[in-house]
Write a protein that binds this ligand. Structure first.
Ligand code: ADP
Ligand code: MG
Length: 394
C-alpha cells in the first residue's frame, strides 16, 4: 500500500474556462463539453460482480471533457492535472496492453466502441476532473463515462445508458486492466440529483431512491485516508475468486442467489475463509435491500446501523479494510456520526460517515487528530451530495 498526497486532481473548472484552455492548447473551439461524476457507494460492497445489489450515488465532483473530432485518426489528450503533457495516440491502432498512463481510460472507451463496430474518428480532448484519484470515488470511471457520453453524441451511435455501462465495464476490464463490475458506471451515467441509485447488478435495472441527507439535518462526510488502493494488487482479484469458488460449491449462478437463511447450511460446505467471504456478500445484499426500504419509509437518519454492520462485515468477513479505514470509521462513530463504513473496493481509499450537521466539525477534528496521533498521513475530509449523472454541458 502506498500513501499519496493526491495533489494532482484538477480544479472542477467551469465549461467556459475549459473551453478557453482547449482553444489555447489545441487551437480552435471544442465541439462540446461533457461531464460525468465520480460516485460514492452508500452500501453494497463487492456485491456488484456477484450479481447483487448496490446503492451508490453520483457525487458533486466530476470529470469534465472538452472534445473536438479531427479529420485524421490521431487522438490528442491533455489533463489539467499531472505533468504528462499532451499524450498522442493513433485511434486506428489501439490494442489492450499497448497504452500506459491515464490515456488508458479515454482510449479504452475508443477501443470498446470500435469493437462494437462504431467508427470513432481521431479527436482532441482536454480533461479537468476534481474527483480525487484512487480515493475509491471512481475517478477512472468518471473519465470513461464523460468520454463515452461525448463520443456517443459525436458519432451519433445512439447508445443507451445501459449499453454505455456495459461498454465502459468492458473498457475497464479488458483495456484499463481493472476487474470491476458495473456499479461505478451505472451511478455515473444514471445517477440523479438528490437520489441514490438502487441498482440490481443482475439485470441492470435501476430505481432512484431519495437520499436527502441535508433535509434530515445530516451530512455525508467522505474521509479520504490517502492510502492508495490498487485493483492490480491481488486483494480484489482474490476476493472475486473466493466468491466464484463459493458460488460454484453452493451450486448457484452467483452469490446473489444465496439467502441469509441459507448461510447456516453453506457453512458445512465451504472452507472457513470462503465461508466468511460468502457471508459478507450474502448479508451485504440483504443490508442494501434493508437500506432501500429504510430510506423510503423512514429516511437517512435510520440507516446508521446498516452502515456500521456493513463496515464490520468488510473488516471481519471480507477482510478488505485497513488500519486507516478502521480508525476513520471508529473515530467518526465515537464523535457523533450515526453510521460509518469504508466505501469502495477496499485496502485503502475512503470511508463515509453519516453525521448530524451539528457534529460535523467535531467529527472532522477528531479524525484529523486521531490520524496524527497514529502517525498516519493527514486525511482529506469533505462532504458529498447526490448530483446529476453524465451530461452534456455545452
Ligand atoms: P479510482 O477510479 O478509484 O479513483 P483508479 O486507480 O481506478 O482509482 O483510477 C485512477 C486513475 O485514473 C489514475 O491513475 C489516472 O490514470 C486516471 N485519472 C483519474 N483522474 C485523472 C485526472 N484528473 N487526470 C488524469 N488521469 C486521471
Ligand atoms: Mg477506478
Amino acid at each position: 500500500m502506498n500513501t499519496t498526497t493526491r495533489t494532482g486532481a484538477g480544479t472542477g473548472a467551469l465549461p467556459d474556462s475549459l473551453i478557453s484552455l482547449f482553444k489555447a492548447t489545441f487551437g480552435g473551439a471544442p465541439a462540446g463539453v461533457w461531464a460525468a461524476p465520480g460516485r460514492v457507494n452508500l452500501i453494497g460492497e463487492h456485491t456488484d460482480y456477484n450479481e447483487g445489489f448496490v446503492l451508490p450515488f453520483a457525487i458533486d465532483k466530476r470529470a469534465t471533457t472538452a472534445v473536438r473530432p479531427r479529420g485524421d485518426s490521431t487522438v490528442r489528450l491533455l489533463s489539467t492535472s499531472g505533468d504528462e503533457g499532451i499524450v498522442e495516440a493513433d485511434a486506428a491502432a489501439l490494442a489492450p496492453g499497448a497504452v500506459t498512463g491515464w490515456a488508458k481510460c479515454p482510449l479504452g472507451v475508443v477501443w470498446v466502441l470500435q469493437q462494437r463496430g462504431i467508427e470513432v474518428p481521431g479527436f482532441d480532448l482536454l480533461l479537468d476532473s476534481d474527483v480525487p484519484l484512487g480515493a475509491g470515488l471512481s475517478s477512472s470511471h468518471a473519465i470513461e463515462c464523460a468520454v463515452v457520453t461525448a463520443l456517443n453524441d459525436l458519432t451519433g451511435a445512439g447508445l443507451t445508458a445501459e449499453e454505455m455501462v456495459t461498454l465502459t465495464q468492458h473498457a475497464e476490464n479488458a483495456f484499463v486492466g481493472a476487474p470491476t463490475g458495473i456499479m461505478d458506471q451505472s451511478a455515473s451515467l444514471r445517477g440523479a440529483s438528490g437520489h441514490a441509485v438502487f441498482l440490481d447488478c443482475r439485470d441492470q435495472s435501476v430505481q432512484l431512491v431519495p437520499f436527502e441527507a441535508q433535509e434530515a439535518g445530516l451530512v455525508l462526510l467522505v474521509i479520504d485516508t490517502k492510502v492508495s488502493h490498487s485493483h492490480a494488487d491481488g486483494g480484489y482479484a482474490s476476493r472475486r475468486a473466493s466468491c466464484e469458488l463459493g458460488a460454484g460449491v453452493l451450486g448457484v449462478a452467483a452469490l446473489r442467489d444465496v439467502a441469509v437463511a441459507d448461510l447456516e447450511a453453506a457453512g458445512g460446505l465451504l472452507d472457513p475463509v470462503t465461508y466468511r467471504r460468502v457471508r459478507h456478500i450474502v448479508t451485504e445484499n440483504d443490508r442494501v435491500l434493508q437500506a432501500v426500504e429504510t430510506l423510503r419509509s423512514q429516511g437517512p437518519a435510520h440507516i446508521g446501523g446498516l452502515l456500521d454492520a456493513s463496515h464490520a462485515s468488510m473488516r471481519d468477513d471480507f477482510e478488505i479494510s485497513c488500519p486507516e479505514l478502521d480508525l476513520a470509521v471508529d473515530t467518526a462513530r465515537g464523535h457523533g456520526a450515526i453510521g460509518a463504513r469504508m466505501t469502495g473496493g477496499g485496502f485503502g481509499g475512503s470511508a463515509i460517515a453519516l453525521t448530524p450537521v451539528r457534529d460535523e466539525r467535531q467529527v472532522r477534528d477528531a479524525v484529523v487528530r486521531a490520524f496524527a496521533e497514529a502517525g498516519f498521513t493527514a486525511p482529506d475530509i469533505f462532504t458529498v451530495t447526490p448530483a446529476a449523472g453524465a451530461e452534456r454541458l455545452s
